[in-house]
Design a protein around this ligand. Structure first.
Ligand SMILES: Nc1ncnc2c1ncn2[C@@H]1O[C@H](COP(=O)(O)OP(=O)(O)OP(=O)(O)O)[C@@H](O)[C@H]1O
Length: 797
């Protein structure tokens, strides 16, 4: 498995920086440990021997390369050189600390002990070494070996600046720091220690006195029981007796002070407190998960499709070829003059004007003369539009964060922002986001990249033909270029049946579906309800997993799973993000109403932490489609051009979307200010190329399966009263029998019914024995063969 993983890393197309791991295997630790341990011993020997042989070996140091020269050090020339380097040139006697530290390190590695306390040993060890070295530096005149060169030089340096007293004070301070921090010595502890010593001494004296008195009475050893009986409590009897009986004459001495002194302490001024030494627990670093990670490496969710190749940028078309940002000076000048003139006509003087040329619009930022009312300029929108003879002038007064007023004027020649340039931009490529989306370019030609995971859901609206489908494709393409199939799954709902069909090819890579369904892309409203409810179940399951793993969100959960801290046997698994895309929400909400709204609202409210994100698009941004509850849970919104100010308010809570110029011109908000963005253009053939490329690669055996949802239809009671039948019951029966297809959506289409009503009629048809029972995703079986049989059956009722 480990080998396979290594292979994955090398072939994975995503350019990730190669991670260098400094983790050692058990064997490497044994080798390194024994080496360091023996090196430490060698240092000890060479240092020790250096003190006896350094004078004799002085000359040897100059001819180390000469094989014939012998040194007297126990480790010969090597030992002599080490001793000279660490003791004479280095730290003097204190260099022994170094040898001890190296030995200790070897010991730690050999036995694979946690390294935390080792770091403390090194830190304090080096301080102690330097301290002694500097301290012995005072005696360098009498013996240079005591403090070594380092000690002498440091001592000299300190004395140059602080003088002798200053240096002594610094050393004293460092010593106090060491005693207080490392040895945890406090004045109280020292006091207690001294008083204990004093007590010991005192009791020693007392004992001596007792011994003397014992000696005096030693001859009375046979009847020694008598005085003890007098003094001792009853409880002590059973413990005293054997001692007294078996012990020779002086033996009774020890119990005596115990017996006599035990009740005393209350009266005794200096009773001691015994402080039990506490041993600091070492942290257990090496638990099962780190061991698993050590042995197998981190869990790699991409392993199953390890050879998966991300689509290359070449699959996208470059629409901007030869169309780099061209600033039409004449157009700019003309527009500027017209703006200035129009405003002048209304007695608005301008202090300053600045233009920023974007892909589709140019922003003229004006600073009006002092005393001009902002509302006055805002009201001139139509007049400026008229004088510039341009549609879609938008006035931003004032521009948030700037003290200026913005007038956005469409360019005569709008430029297409190609998806290729957006994907290739460093901003997108280097985006450290969970679900990065590149939506296009802002007015200042910056690539606009946002994180879907942070939004956490997105609402898109725009009149037909203004670029919604292209926008959805741009979003999906962004994710396809950044996320491995193991990391994200799409649930695509496409009632229009044409827009998202291209993504069918990547079903087994990127799509999620209900079990037992054939097509992953959902076009049928009944299935939408099932899928939404299934996603709610998935959400609840994921919350349970997160709770069990004590993770706050999917990111933390997956990080824990990758570190092998969660046991797959307990149901834990790597959780991919799920992005639910609904193209044409209006249609859905009109036909299914609450049945769709409720699970969507639930998902929107709760699903952010567990990685389910919703993208809902609609042509009709009216209040009965984008209801209050939906709006409240979709803070991030995109508005393409809409036809009325009211629509703009419904989607954005402000006007502006009605003044856009279409063809991907959009406004984006994430709850606060509006950003005007030209949506990146990705054409159907480009999406087709990408899905072909991905689809041709090795895939998972099936699409990602969502939990099963058993709809209410499954348990419908069959005893529906004949009198309670729907007015359209007979008509519906005829439709079903003629088409020989028992589906509610057929009734919806043919009889123009809502989903609920159609569902009810199907239940009634089932009760009447015209269609069979609910069979999951398949249409119900029609039990009546033709219209004649149907009428006969109905007449017989
Ligand atoms: N970002 C864009 N850049 C340039 N042209 C665009 C862009 N987006 C859309 N267009 C143009 O507008 C046309 C319609 O776009 P699109 O199909 O996305 O509209 P729509 O809003 O989805 O319409 P409908 O709701 O009817 O499906 C496209 O064929 C394209 O010519």
């Amino acid at each position: 498995m480990a080998r396979k993983k290594a292979k994955t890393k090398s072939t994975t197309p995503k350019k990730q920086p190669v991670k260098i791991s400094f983790k050692l295997s058990k064997q490497q630790k044994i080798v390194l440990g024994s080496f360091l341990f023996l090196l430490g011993i060698a240092l000890l020997f060479s240092f020790l021997s250096y003190f006896f042989s350094w004078q004799a070996d002085q000359s040897t140091l100059n001819s180390l390369g000469d094989r014939s020269v012998e040194a007297q050090n126990w480790l010969n020339k090597f030992g002599a050189a080490l001793g000279d380097f660490f003791i004479y040139q280095g730290f003097g006697i204190a260099a022994f600390a170094l040898a001890v530290l190296v030995t200790l390190t070897g010991f730690y590695y050999f036995f694979d002990r946690p390294k935390k306390s080792l770091q403390a040993y090194w830190f304090w060890g080096i301080i102690v070494m330097l301290w002694f070295s500097v301290f012995f530096g005072f005696f360098a005149q009498s013996n240079a070996l005591l403090g070594g060169m380092v000690g002498f030089e440091l001592n000299d340096f300190l004395q140059d600046y602080l003088g002798l007293i200053g240096t002594i004070l610094v050393l004293a301070f460092v010593a106090i720091v060491y005693l207080a921090v490392r040895l945890k010595l406090t004045p109280e502890l020292v006091g207690q220690y001294l008083s204990r010593k004093r007590n010991d001494l005192k009791s020693e004296f007392d004992e001596q006195d007792d011994e003397i008195s014992f000696e005096d009475t030693a001859f009375e050893k046979d009847n020694i029981e008598l005085p003890v009986d007098d003094a001792a409590d009853e409880d002590l009897e059973d413990f005293e007796e054997p001692v007294l009986k078996s012990a020779p004459a002086p033996a009774p001495a020890p119990p005596k002070p115990v017996v006599n002194e035990a009740p005393k302490p209350a009266a005794d001024e200096e009773f001691e407190i015994e402080i039990e030494e506490t041993i600091e627990e070492e942290e257990v670093e090496e638990n099962l998960s780190t061991k698993l990670v050590q042995d197998f490496g981190e869990f790699d969710p991409t392993l199953e499709l390890s050879n998966y190749k991300f689509p290359s940028i070449e699959l996208l078309k470059d629409y901007t070829q030869g169309q780099s940002i061209t600033i039409d000076q004449e157009e700019l000048e003309e527009n500027k003059n017209r703006i200035v003139d129009t405003l002048k006509n209304y007695k608005i003087d301008i202090a300053h004007i600045k233009a920023t040329v974007g892909p589709t619009v140019t922003l003229y930022e004006i600073v009006p003369e002092a005393g001009i009312r902002i509302s006055k300029i805002k009201n001139l929108e139509d007049d400026i539009a008229l004088s510039l003879s341009a549609l879609g002038i938008r006035i931003i007064a004032p521009i948030p964060g700037k003290g200026t007023i913005g007038i956005e004027v469409p360019n005569k020649n709008a430029r297409i922002v190609s998806m290729r340039s957006a994907i290739a931009s460093p901003k997108f490529q280097n985006a450290e986001m969970e679900l990065p989306l590149t939506l296009g370019k802002t007015i200042s030609n910056e690539t606009f990249v946002v994180d879907l995971a942070k939004m956490p859901h997105l609402l898109m609206a725009g009149a037909t033909g203004q670029g919604k489908s292209v926008g959805l494709n741009a979003i999906l393409t962004s994710l396809l270029y950044k996320k491995h199939p193991a990391e994200v799954k799409f649930v695509l709902v496409d009632p229009k049946k044409v827009e998202l069909t291209l993504f069918n090819k990547i079903e087994r890579h990127y799509l999620a579906k209900l079990p037992d369904t054939e097509e992953a892309i959902i076009t049928d409203n009944t299935k939408v309800i099932h899928t939404l409810n299934s996603l709610c179940i998935e959400m609840d399951n994921r919350y349970d997993l997160l709770k069990d793993a004590m993770a706050r969100n999917i990111k933390e959960y997956n990080a824990k799973f990758k570190k092998r801290k969660l046991n797959p046997n307990n149901g834990h698994k790597y959780l991919p993000y799920i992005v639910l895309v609904i193209d044409e929400f209006a249609d859905l909400i009109m036909t299914a109403g609450k049945e769709v709204e409720t699970p969507i609202a639930r998902l929107a409210q709760l699903a952010r932490a567990i990685g389910i994100h919703l993208i809902v698009a609609t042509q009709r941004p009216s209040v009965n489609v984008i209801t209050g509850i939906i709006k409240a849970n979709f803070p991030a919104r995109i508005a393409f051009r809409v036809t009325s100010k009211i629509d703009s308010r419904t989607i954005l809570d402000s006007q502006g979307a009605d003044q856009l110029i279409g063809r991907g011109d959009m406004l984006f908000t994430q709850g606060n200010e509006l950003v005007r963005v030209q949506c990146a253009f990705v054409d159907t053939p480009e999406v087709e190329k990408i899905t072909d490329f991905i689809g041709s690669q090795k895939a998972y055996p099936d699409a990602h399966l969502l939990p099963e949802y058993v709809g209410e239809e499954g348990g419908t009671s069959l005893d529906i009263d004949v009198g309670e039948r729907d007015a359209l019951f007979v008509e519906a029966a005829e439709v079903i029998v003629t088409a020989q297809q028992g589906s509610a959506s057929l009734l919806q289409r043919k009889l123009k019914l809502g989903y609920n009503r159609a569902g009810r009629i199907i239940d009634q048809l089932e009760a009447a024995g015209i269609v069979g029972p609910f069979e999951g995703s398949k249409a119900r079986q029609v039990l009546v063969t033709d219209l004649n049989a149907l009428h006969q059956q109905l007449n017989n009722e």
